[in-house]
Design a binder for this molecule. Structure first.
Ligand code: PLP
Length: 646
């Protein structure tokens, strides 16, 4: 547990059980003796064939824990409720979830259902997002807010006004000056009065990972002069009463309370000025940015962590707004936040299997290798003799240095045509043997292992399942899900299925003794015929929508995991939320028609086989047909097709 810092990034949900397996407390705390869900048991049940009572699904898969989501939502609400009470703030807190963080149907329905008691709302940034938010909130608390952000055209504005018409508490936030004319014209045509918000472009900027959204050169929002122009326009139209909300967004993953305070104070001053200018101000929407601790360090000095808790965040916001309002004599507003990452990141876990390891292969290649090489030229021969000398004296550092030079020299000679492939292979194997020998030698572990991490090939597309790892160097905690009672002796990087050298994970939670982020993960030796499962945590925000189709690897299966009913003793209950995409699904997205593809290939098979081989042809056709309907990932727990398993 301490090796992977599970307590740092995983608490209060994830922990390592005494049996060495990763388990979940979906309620965020232990409520009864056996109130924990073991992830390996969930996977076992998920992959078990349907006829045996399982779901018959394969990994990779996303496991969702709706109870974790509920706990996050309730915690956010209670942090603000407590801060409001503590500070005797006059307004209340009414959050919205920015649906772009995770638009999945079950996630949105869960948020609306769990947030119903305190009127938790939704934020949309595009027309499809608005449509889904309108539908979801129609079944929710009528007091919940529906905040419309993003660039807008006439259709978007029209939808937002219809949302008001059907009784939703919809607020159109203007990102650009021109949007005001559009809103006014359409509201007049439809005879639906709008409620308007303004998105302010603050001067406060955070230098962290996601700070580019903020500051005066940020992409979004209105400058103070544009805000004044809009207010004057509304005043002339006698529509100042429509202006009720001020919105801003400092950037995602705000690193420290100091930056939060700076941003909220600046925005609160704008809010007060708007109120004093005669607008009907009621809400201040502080945007997203509440960060989470990806590396488990709880530190504002790390770009993968934050140096504050949710409680402290809420107190700082309440205080900054209260101070500005008290100074300007303005009534306290309703506080709204658009926290996304902090709400949904923890509730889903991506589970996947390891297919093979470069270490196993090297091991097979190097078994029985002698240190002898025939026919080396004189200068390399002396290097080779020194290598043998170091190896005999168990000086792994010296042997490794020689092996590196020898390998390099041989590659050069091979390129010039002066060395045979067999000799090159021989030297390569010696190099592997020396690296492995150094690896098990404690004294030289660091040096040799850093230059020689094993590669664990994982049944996954990084571009589909954890795209931020590739796109922005995001760190997600990744750990083995079992065998944690054994010391993980192998240092590995992870390499995915795509034919792309960027498809690998090379940074992991933890620091080396020089304070640098580690470039390997401690894993266990793979065991013949036994699956090795790993999990990627904190990926519940953004990853699913950002994931792409590189190499046509599709979405993984999604399974909702519920706690077992109180009545029976079941540890958990699994409900499939969606099937992963099949080969046919992803081909359709690239404008192919799988049925006619199958027809084309069928004709080719029939042409290529002589008459009388109809049965054989049928087998091949069946094999192709089943490939269209199968997962895009490698199948490790099912025989692929009847013909291939014969
Ligand atoms: N609101 C707006 C306007 C955003 O741009 C974002 C994300 O960048 C969010 C909310 C959600 O931010 P976070 O996920 O950091 O809470």
């Amino acid at each position: 547990s301490s090796l992977y810092r599970v307590d740092g990034w995983g608490a209060p949900y994830f922990f390592v059980s005494p049996k060495g397996q990763v388990a979940v407390h979906p309620n965020g705390h232990r409520t009864k003796l056996n109130d924990e869900i073991n992830l390996i048991n969930v996977i076992k049940q998920m992959v078990k064939p349907k006829v045996k009572g399982g779901l018959g699904l394969t990994t990779p898969a996303i496991l969702r824990f709706p109870d974790v989501l509920k706990h996050r939502l309730h915690t956010l609400q209670s942090c603000f409720d407590n801060a409001i009470k503590l500070r005797k703030f006059q307004g209340c807190f009414k959050g919205v979830f920015p649906v772009k963080c995770n638009q999945n149907h079950s996630v949105i329905d869960n948020i609306v259902e769990f947030g119903n008691p305190f009127a938790f709302g939704l934020e949309a940034g595009s027309k499809p997002e608005l449509l889904l938010a309108m539908t979801a909130l129609s079944k929710g608390n009528p007091n919940a807010l529906l905040v419309c952000n993003g660039y807008k055209d006439a259709d978007y504005v029209c939808l937002a006004l219809i949302a008001r018409h059907i009784g939703l508490n919809c607020i159109i936030v203007l990102e650009q000056e021109e949007e005001l004319d559009l809103v006014m014209a359409i509201s007049k045509t439809l005879s639906i009065e709008p409620v308007i918000g303004l998105r302010a472009k603050l001067n406060t900027k955070h230098a962290g990972h996601f700070g580019d959204t903020s500051g005066e050169n940020g992409k979004f929002g209105l400058s103070c002069s544009e805000i004044v122009v809009i207010v004057n326009k509304l005043y002339r139209m006698k529509m100042l009463s429509s202006l009720q909300l001020l919105h801003f967004h400092i950037g995602s993953q705000i690193p420290s309370l100091a930056i939060l305070k700076d941003g909220v104070s600046e925005a609160a001053q704008i809010y007060c000025e708007l109120a004093l200018m005669g607008a009907n101000m009621r809400f201040i929407d502080i945007g997203g940015g509440l960060g989470i601790d990806y590396d488990g360090t709880n530190s504002s000095n790390s770009d993968m962590s934050v140096g504050y808790s949710m409680e402290e965040y809420a107190i700082e916001v309440v205080k900054a707004v209260q101070d500005a309002c008290s100074m300007k004599g303005v009534q306290h507003p309703t506080l709204c936040s658009e926290s996304g990452r902090a709400l949904v990141s923890h509730h889903s876990v991506l589970v996947f299997d390891v297919l093979s390891s470069s270490r196993t292969k090297n091991h097979m290649v190097t078994q029985g290798v002698s240190l002898e090489v025939e026919g080396l030229p004189a200068d390399l021969k002396s290097l080779h003799t020194s290598l043998i000398g170091f190896a005999k004296a168990c000086d792994y550092q010296g042997a490794l240095e020689c092996a590196k030079l020898l390998k390099h020299g041989c590659i050069e000679l091979f390129k010039q045509g002066k060395l045979g492939l067999a000799q090159l292979a021989c030297v390569n194997s010696i190099y592997e043997v020396v690296c492995e020998a150094g690896d098990v030698d404690n004294k030289h572990r660091t040096t040799s292992a850093q230059s020689h991490n094993a590669v664990y090939h994982v049944n996954l597309s990084l571009f589909r399942c954890m795209p931020d790892t590739w796109a922005i160097g995001q760190l997600f905690p990744i750990i083995p899900l079992h065998r944690l009672e054994e010391e993980p002796k192998v240092r590995a990087i992870l390499s995915d299925l795509t034919c792309d050298s960027d498809g690998k994970v090379v940074t992991f939670v933890g620091k080396d003794n020089k304070g640098r982020r580690v470039n390997y993960l401690r894993v266990h030796e793979l065991e013949e015929g036994k699956p090795y499962y790993m999990g990627m945590f904190l990926g519940g925000a953004y990853q699913e929508a950002l994931g792409n189709l590189h190499n046509l690897f599709g979405t993984p299966h999604v399974v909702n995991v519920y706690r077992g009913a109180e009545r029976d003793a079941a540890e958990f209950e699994l409900v499939k939320a969606s099937d992963g995409q099949t080969a046919a699904d992803v081909l359709k997205l690239m404008q192919y028609e799988p049925t006619s593809m199958l027809e084309t290939l069928k004709l080719q098979i029939q042409k290529s086989l002589n008459c009388g081989k109809e049965e054989e042809a049928m087998g091949l056709i069946q094999s192709i047909a089943s490939s269209f309907g199968a997962s895009t990932y490698l199948s490790t727990n099912h025989p692929r097709s009847s013909i291939l398993s014969k």
